[in-house]
Design a protein around this ligand. Sequence first.
Ligand code: FAD
Length: 412
Amino acid sequence: MNGDVVIVGSGHAGVSVAFKLRALGFKGNITLIGEDIYLPYHRPPLSKKYIANLADEGRLYLKPESQYRSAQIDLRLNCRVNVIHRSEKQIELEDGQRIRYDALVLATGARARSLSEEQGGRAKNVHLLRSLSDAKRIQDAFTQNKNLLVVGGGYIGLEMAAVARSLGLQVTLIEREDRILGRVAAAQTAAHFKNLHQKHGVRVLEGVGLKYLEQSNDRVEKAGLSDGTVIDVGVVVAGIGVTPEVKLAKEAGLQVANGIVVDHAGRTSDTAIYAIGDCASFAFRGQMIRLESVQNAVDMAEIVGRSITGESVRYDCQPWFWSDQYATKLQIAGLNLGYTQVAVRRKNDSSLSIWYFDQERLIAVDAVNDAKAFMTARRWLSTGQSPDIDEIANESLELSTLTLSEKTDLVT
Ligand SMILES: Cc1cc2nc3c(=O)[nH]c(=O)nc-3n(C[C@H](O)[C@H](O)[C@H](O)COP(=O)(O)OP(=O)(O)OC[C@H]3O[C@@H](n4cnc5c(N)ncnc54)[C@H](O)[C@@H]3O)c2cc1C
């Protein structure tokens, strides 16, 4: 197929679709535009090995620059797309230059939520973590300050706490909800990780919010917490979620609802425009969802690449995710959305798996230092098989011997 494909966003999703198109034999022009200044990179290591000084910058890059050239992908970095002119099938860059497209792919990702200005979110030592530039600032801040306050007990906050402890910082982590990981995991998973962090010396405060950050010369020195305590602070990292980057899509009149709404082939409400990765909202088990994961970025990129090259495709989303904290590896298969019961399979203190069911149907697993449980769960989820709940909780029974039943009653 020929024609002009323009991709907005040079993150994992944007890069994946560009190379997928070439792998599928697409011969037309591919322009990949990103506002980041760096060659496209992996984000997951930023909150793991990179800030801990265990990964070189060079190892973060998704591809060497030469591969973009040899694949004839016109990569334009430090370049922002300001407008989509749908009737002319053109995008407009911030310098006014226009580029025509036959197919446009929005891979604009998400932005980290910031603390409000009133809370002190603009102070120089208050950081967010989304980009390599953010990570460099945090890395630098960690060498100069020894008291870290992490705001938010989601995966980014927990990974930051772990990395900071490995660098010898004193860490307090606050979570305003009743428990950490409240939005994404069961109480059993959360309890395991709370215990892990406490063992490593992190002060984990649940049900405690941030009231104010006291500043002097634009730098935070103290934090007032909702339980009335005031703590000394040298650096703050807020991990309080992300918002999808939908500005371009919204202004162009595309359907947007917590993400750019797409159909099973990744098409937006304009059939010449696709959306993939963190910015895209799609149907999953009867609900519209957005996923913030590498798996989703890569798999949606493949679907859209195939769609652009004329294949009839349908995104059969099989979510998986991971998080590394200290020596603990959490691997998540499936999505626990709407779970009604949980079974815990405990091998020992550091290795367990938490199995989520919607009634009798397996929908997700959190595997903590248990690659076998993760791989088995992925296989069962992909084939629609569910183990018996009582059997799965009995760790003396081998996974391969469990009674499985087929549950195909969920809307997909
Ligand atoms: C610190 C961190 C740790 C993570 N850890 C994990 C993990 O362990 N496992 C996992 O699966 N996932 C993890 N993730 C999530 C994962 O990295 C994302 O889901 C994935 O990178 C999404 O890719 P994307 O291409 O959709 O979006 P992004 O990577 O956000 O890329 C979008 C790009 O588009 C650019 N852009 C936006 N608007 C415009 C415009 N108008 N013009 C030009 N450019 C534009 C943005 O600047 C950005 O560079 C992590 C993310 C972070 C930040």
